[in-house]
Design a protein around this ligand. Structure first.
Ligand SMILES: Cc1ncc(C[n+]2csc(CCOP(=O)(O)OP(=O)(O)O)c2C)c(N)n1
Length: 273
């Protein structure tokens, strides 16, 4: 099944998810708000419009798979999964507390509906392509989506896997790079530039789509284009803004791994009304 919403409902859901991210990280006094806020439209479009899945039956064998390879961005994943009905919305503010399902990185032991535990950067693309190969071997139609960070793709394992995916023509996998241009301790270009990103993925044999990662119709069109591509995996280079939606967080490297203060939470929530 698909949890279909219209554009206005998807945009409203993005606001709700952003408010959750602020409240969760604010309550935890830690966590990663910036890279969660940049990926909101990507995850909301996937979970509420594109992927076939069933929150009432998380282990449905033919579900599409989702992996948040940049696992530190889990507040956005937790908020979206909770809004879908996989996990309790009213416990989101227990983020990072002992005993909470919402640990600092996604952990299958606490949320069985997750496809994988992630957080050690660089590994999710390998998992996704493995899942893609498994679906193909089993003759199954389900697809796999994986979200990568732009800092994350500095990891060597990403490029080993990129070669693997193209060589084995794994055309049921879509990798989305959340290209917010900021990593843990500053701008990607000042630490280890990843440009030219589009020709780089193309030269590894991938079909590449470049878009504004906050534009839901563009994301919908890209996922439809990806489904029609045969013989190649697809990389979506999604230009995003780290901290998107909150004025003082946007493009501010500080909010990679720093939570908003109680006063900042109030300002942010007002902006996200
Ligand atoms: C293998 C590994 N090395 C280091 C880290 C610590 N770490 C957490 S987030 C991060 C930066 C990631 O940057 P990016 O992928 O651009 O994430 P985003 O800006 O989207 O949050 C690092 C280095 C990690 N989680 N895993």
């Amino acid at each position: 099944m698909k949890l279909k919403k219209n554009l206005e409902e998807l945009q409203e859901m993005c606001k709700r998810v952003r408010r959750h991210i602020i409240e969760m990280t604010g309550a935890a006094k830690s966590g990663h708000p910036g890279g969660s806020l940049s990926a909101v439209e990507i995850l909301v479009t996937l979970f509420f419009d594109i992927m076939k899945h069933d929150p009432a039956n998380p282990q449905w064998p033919d579900r599409d798979r989702f992996i948040l390879s940049k696992g530190h961005g889990c507040p956005v994943l937790y908020a979206v999964m909770a809004e879908c009905g996989y996990t309790p919305v009213d416990q989101l503010k227990t983020l990072r507390k002992l005993g909470s399902p919402y640990q600092g990185h996604p952990d299958k032991r606490f949320i069985p509906a997750l496809e994988a535990s992630t957080g050690s950067l660089g590994q999710g693309l390998s998992l996704a392509l493995g899942m893609g190969c498994a679906a193909r071997l089993d003759g199954k139609p389900w697809r796999t989506y994986v979200v990568l960070g732009d800092g994350e793709i500095q990891e060597g394992q990403i490029w080993e896997t990129a070669m693997f995916g193209a060589y084995h023509k794994v055309d049921n996998v879509v990798a989305i790079v959340d290209y917010n241009r900021i990593q843990l301790d500053g701008w990607v270009k000042d630490i280890m530039e990843v440009e030219p990103l589009v020709p780089k993925w193309q030269s590894f044999g991938w079909h590449v789509i470049e878009l504004d990662g906050h534009n839901i119709p563009a994301l919908q069109a890209a996922f439809a284009e990806a489904e029609a591509i045969k013989g190649k995996p697809v990389a979506i280079i999604a230009h995003t803004v780290k901290g998107k939606g909150v004025s003082f967080m946007e493009n501010n490297p500080k909010f990679h791994g720093v939570a908003p203060t109680p006063d900042e939470v109030q300002v942010a929530l007002k902006e996200l009304q």
